[in-house]
Design a protein around this ligand. Structure first.
Ligand code: HEM
Ligand SMILES: *[C@@H]1O[C@H](CO)[C@@H](O)[C@H](O)[C@H]1NC(C)=O
Ligand SMILES: *[C@@H]1O[C@H](CO)[C@@H](O)[C@H](O)[C@H]1NC(C)=O
Length: 550
């Protein structure tokens, strides 16, 4: 039996590869033939290997962008022709105007489906729209305001944890590790009304560990199987697929199964607990972590009064639990780490920011107080530092979209085709892939000026270049594509602003952050992360931390 499964999977993979090769030879003519772009680097992986290579991707892509501009052609797997763009008008069509045409790829959707179930990040079309309708209000400023005490409670524990480590003098601390734990606990308490990590002691949590392990473990599965996934998840009834997975004679498949089972079981547990409390009334909810102010409690209450067509099924609700943790944790912790790393490299800016924070937090008796929502959100220099970091170093540097039906992609300004003609509308065909480059949009010199690739918080303290306004960047946040735009934009972007600002406002008056002599390397993976020295699969950011006040 085991042999049979192995052979079946082998056959499927071979068939798929054969089909791709065949298609390459058959469809040699493409509407993109006239679009300039780099030569292919390999028959099998085109330019993709370089684009995905965490060691070099950043420099490689910046080189392409500088050479070819806002839209060009690259070679995908088996040299399929892909588009690469950061043209604002094209981005507007992709993310907002025609977002049903330019959708999330099946591979990503089915991967998230396997991991989380049918939540926001794992659904398309009407199902996704319906979920967004239910969830959008939950993420509004109204509920965020109420979350302030939860955020402070978590951040004070972080403050105590770091204080206890540097109480006798400067220590080297893995800042990324602490930011990850904090981001997890903030989405845990604020998002789910659930505590994963006390922060004050080291305690492993199998749900958190499973979420962290999912991508590293699934990347050990050969790429061909990832490509097959959208198809495999449709074979037979769930019970059959489950059997198939249970029988799969590969260690990594069994490890993945454990990961997914752990995540699923805990997600159900979290929801069941919330529901039980809710049934007993608001008082019972207030006794729980999050005091009924967390997003999940708000969502459960909203669902109770929702119209029949808007209601979420249990399965959809459970899927939001791991979906939210997945979406919120590494993005935020890497952004926070990037800010602290930049501040360590720019001590003058760190000091200026600290002065702003200490001054406004001074309660008049020599102690520091916690800031209200509006105060912390409106501090100009804190805002400039956050904005500039999210601009220059978006945690997610780029995204894939697949074209679901033949269509057209208009450009803000024409490009010159290989035959010398001017092109301002690109015909695109079903099945074609598009890489949208978030970083290149955020750092476009035509829009932001010659210093676009420099990290300069000061640029936000004066009026932005008029080109920024005129470019009509379709991002939800601040002319930036960091959280993209449209109905798949980051639903948690206000949540993440608030948590980052509260963490920084709490830590910077208490500690000084400095570089160690270990060089830091930022790996250009799906979510950019730091490591020591060179490319590494071990994310870490050691900084020297010194307590400031006695
Ligand atoms: C610096 C921090 C963050 C960054 C840079 C970021 C960025 C993004 C981006 C680029 C997307 C679009 C992904 C795609 O289309 O494939 C996205 C989606 C999403 N983000 Fe964030 N995010 C951050 C923090 C958060 C937080 C804190 C939460 C939750 C509280 C969150 C929840 C989500 C969800 C649920 C989606 C899926 C939305 C949908 O498909 O409708 N994110 N995020
Ligand atoms: C700091 O010094 C005190 C007294 O010597 C000691 O008890 C404590 O463990 C030290 N803290 C750390 C983090 O080393
Ligand atoms: C949403 O509310 C309806 C009606 O109160 C209920 O039947 C359904 O189970 C709820 N869905 C979830 C996921 O709790």
């Amino acid at each position: 039996m085991l042999n049979f499964v192995q052979q079946l999977l082998g056959c499927l993979a071979a068939l798929y590869v054969g089909w791709r090769i065949l298609r390459f030879f058959i469809s040699s003519k493409s509407p993109l033939d006239n679009i300039p772009g780099p030569a292919s680097e390999s028959f099998i992986s085109g330019n993709v290997e370089k684009i995905m290579d965490p060691r070099a991707a950043s420099g490689y892509q910046q080189g392409l962008v500088e050479r070819y501009g806002r839209l060009f052609k690259i070679h995908g797997l088996f040299n399929a022709k892909w588009l690469y763009t950061y043209d604002p008008r094209a981005l507007h069509n992709i993310f907002i105007k025609d977002q049903d045409v330019f959708e999330e790829t099946d591979m990503l959707i089915s991967m998230f489906n396997v991991l989380t179930g049918p939540g926001l990040i794992a659904t398309l079309g009407d199902q996704h729209r319906r979920q967004r309708r239910m969830l959008n209000p939950v993420f509004s400023a109204k509920y965020l305001r109420e979350m302030i005490p939860i955020f402070y409670a978590v951040t004070h524990r972080l403050l105590d944890a770091i204080s206890s480590r540097v109480e006798n003098g400067t220590q080297e601390i893995d800042v990324l590790g602490w930011m990850s734990r904090t981001a997890l606990e903030l989405i845990g308490q604020g998002g789910l009304g659930y505590s994963f990590d006390p922060l004050t002691e080291d305690k492993a949590d199998d749900f958190a560990d499973s979420i962290k392990a999912f991508f590293p473990v699934s990347s050990q599965i050969p790429a061909a199987f990832h490509q097959l996934l959208p198809w495999l998840v449709r074979v037979g009834p769930p019970s059959f697929r489950r059997k198939l997975v249970e029988m799969a004679p590969f260690g990594v498949v069994q490890r993945l199964r454990q990961i997914i089972d752990t995540i699923h079981a805990r997600s159900i547990g979290i929801i069941d607990e919330k529901k039980a409390a809710l049934e007993q009334g608001d008082e019972a909810l207030k006794e729980q972590v999050g005091e009924g102010k967390d997003l999940m409690s708000v969502l459960l209450r909203a669902n109770m009064s929702a119209s029949a067509e808007d209601m979420l099924t249990d399965e959809e609700l459970v899927a939001q639990v791991s979906g939210l943790v997945m979406a919120a944790m590494d993005t935020t912790s890497n952004a926070l780490s990037r800010i602290l790393h930049e501040l360590a490299m720019h001590p003058d800016i760190q000091e200026k920011l600290r002065e702003e924070l200490v001054q406004v937090r001074d309660d008049g008796t020599g102690s520091l107080r916690d800031l209200e929502y509006d105060e912390v959100m409106e501090l100009p220099y804190l805002d400039a530092v956050c904005r500039e970091t999210l601009r220059r170093y978006p945690s997610i540097r780029g995204l894939f979209r697949i074209i679901r039906k033949d269509s057209q992609l208009p450009l803000s300004a024409p490009i010159r085709g290989l035959d010398g003609s001017l092109i301002d509308i690109i015909p695109v065909t079903k099945g074609m892939l598009i890489v949208t480059d978030i970083e290149a949009s955020n750092c476009d010199k035509e829009t932001w000026g010659e210093d676009a690739y420099e990290w300069k918080p000061e640029r936000w303290l004066k009026p932005l270049p008029s080109a920024v306004d005129e470019a009509h960047i379709p991002g939800v946040y601040s002319h930036l594509m960091t959280f993209i735009g449209g109905s798949r934009s980051c639903i948690g972007f206000k949540f993440s602003q608030l948590e980052m600002k509260i963490v920084l406002a709490t830590l910077l008056p208490a500690f000084k952050f400095e570089l160690t002599d270990k060089p830091i390397f930022w790996n250009a993976a799906g979510i950019t992360y730091p490591s020591v020295g060179d490319y590494s699969t071990k994310p870490e950011l050691p900084l020297r931390v010194t307590m400031i006040k006695a």
